[in-house]
Design a protein around this ligand. Structure first.
Ligand code: FAD
Length: 428
């Protein structure tokens, strides 16, 4: 199945529109589709409450609850590479897949991608979206600069190292509309992907550090109720060779490609079996031209401090009988620490425990409290763009810089034009 292009060209659409997964219907009265920064500014200045809408790949009300949603899909997305500073500047509404193609054609690379290249850049960094790799920060960690259109119509440039910058990158859309993003780049590199079957739980629990550091990026896929982790998915850089043969701590290298969800078409995934190819066609799990994941799904993810990861994995295994019936697949991956105030990796390396559920909202919401009773006390931070419950209001306390973020929001947006119910729940 081909991915549909985001709506372009039409000035405004109305109620009834949904997010990419279809599990959330936007409640905003209007969705506008500006095609220039001037048009965007007129819309923002004239509205009492606004939220930016990226490629709609979040699963909750984070992008919603405003009088007006402004889609960023039609805004200018020219790519400017600066070889001397090793940066690229691009429109916030551009998608990683488009940027990756242009960078690769010019001999440059990003350090990492999420599982899918279909997401918008500003939407991804606003929620601390990440891929995997012990030494790879999330996508927000690569941001060197931001241009933000604020509610008063002013365009503000923020640069890494300046006061407030660390709070403005993972912004949840609360400061304004990010019209341009500047990202770190490096010379292009090749990657090969290999999948290994049936990794023993003893290896995962007893040698987690060895397993996750085995390659540039390592992801483990499981349904939690199985005797061994069904798949270990390794992305190996050609310029960082590993000495792994066909055996990974007891898991055997696959000789045929595999989708992590057994019922899905393997052609949707990026090339496997160790065939080397550019980073832009290997670092994401899913091909840009095809549907990522399943489509009919809901996702949740909890980022656990690395020091508590084994406890967290053991806890979820104990809940296996509860979660497995609702699960299409789970992914365990790693993210390096950063200092971005609302990043799920702020101040600590983390291990992400990700859940791709069947699209049954009521049943998923019913089991989340049990999962969160096990994980949140370990310091796990829920992914901002996915479904979580936080029944006891624990999440704000997991971010030591939340008070600073509250002040930053007030400074950039004193009238609270970009605040919504989600942000209010967090900031109080
Ligand atoms: C199939 C699938 C696979 C996924 N895989 C991963 C993964 O591998 N890793 C991971 O971490 N997450 C993953 N996600 C989650 C996804 O990356 C995040 O939800 C991300 O935020 C979606 O970006 P978006 O452009 O769709 O933003 P939206 O969902 O449209 O918006 C998200 C937030 O960003 C804000 N925003 C959007 N554009 C702007 C802008 N220009 N300026 C200011 N704020 C803005 C919105 O207001 C909102 O607060 C996946 C989701 C799906 C559907």
């Amino acid at each position: 199945m081909c991915e549909t292009e985001p709506t372009r060209g039409s000035k405004e659409t109305m109620v009834g529109e949904r997010n990419w997964a279809g599990n959330y219907e936007y409640r905003a009265a209007r969705i506008a589709h500006p095609e220039s920064t001037v048009e965007l500014r007129d819309l923002v200045v004239g509205a009492s409450s606004v939220r930016a809408l990226g490629s709609r790949h979040s699963f909750n009300d984070l992008a919603d609850d405003a009088e007006l949603l402004v889609s960023t899909a039609g805004l200018p997305s020219t790519v400017r590479i600066d070889e001397e500073s090793r940066t690229v500047t691009v429109g916030g509404g551009a998608r990683y897949g488009d940027l990756a193609r242009e960078l690769q054609e010019s001999g440059w690379a990003l350090h990492n991608l999420a599982s899918l290249p279909h997401i918008s850049i500003a939407g991804a960094i606003a929620t601390a979206t990440h891929g995997s790799g012990d030494r790879n920060g999330n996508l927000a960690a690569a941001v060197r600069g931001l241009r933000i259109l604020r509610a008063d119509g002013e365009l503000v440039d923020l640069v890494r190292g300046e006061g407030g910058f660390d709070g403005a990158v993972v912004s949840l859309g609360a400061l304004g509309v990010v019209t341009e993003v500047t990202l770190d780049i490096e010379p292009t590199f090749d990657v090969g992907q290999r999948l290994f079957e049936n990794l023993p739980w003893d290896a995962v629990l007893g040698r987690l550090d060895d397993v996750t550091s085995a390659a540039y990026s390592v992801s483990l896929f499981t349904t939690w109720d199985e005797d061994a982790v069904s798949l270990a998915w390794l992305k190996e850089r050609a310029d960082q060779p590993t000495d792994i043969g066909d055996d990974l701590f007891g898991a055997k290298a696959l000789t045929v490609p595999r989708h992590m969800i057994r019922t899905m078409d393997v052609r949707n995934t990026t090339e496997q079996l160790g065939v080397l190819g550019p980073w832009s066609e290997r670092l994401a799990h899913f091909r840009f031209e095809f549907t990522p994941s399943n489509g009919e799904e809901i996702q949740s993810e909890y980022l656990v401090p690395r020091a508590r990861a084994v406890e967290a994995i053991e806890a979820v295994r104990r809940l296996g009988p509860l979660v497995a019936p609702l699960l299409q697949i789970s992914e365990i991956r790693t993210v390096a620490a950063d200092e971005l105030w609302l990043s799920s990796a702020q101040g600590t390396d983390v291990v992400g425990l990700h859940f791709t559920w069947f699209r049954d909202q009521a049943r998923v919401e019913a089991i989340l409290p049990a999962l969160e009773d096990a994980l949140l006390p370990l310091g796990a931070r829920p992914h901002w763009g996915k479904v979580y419950a936080d029944r006891d209001g624990v999440v704000p306390g997991l971010y030591p810089r939340l008070g600073d973020f509250r002040e930053l929001v007030a400074a950039h947006d004193p009238r609270g034009v970009f605040r919504n119910a989600f942000v209010d729940r967090l900031l109080g």
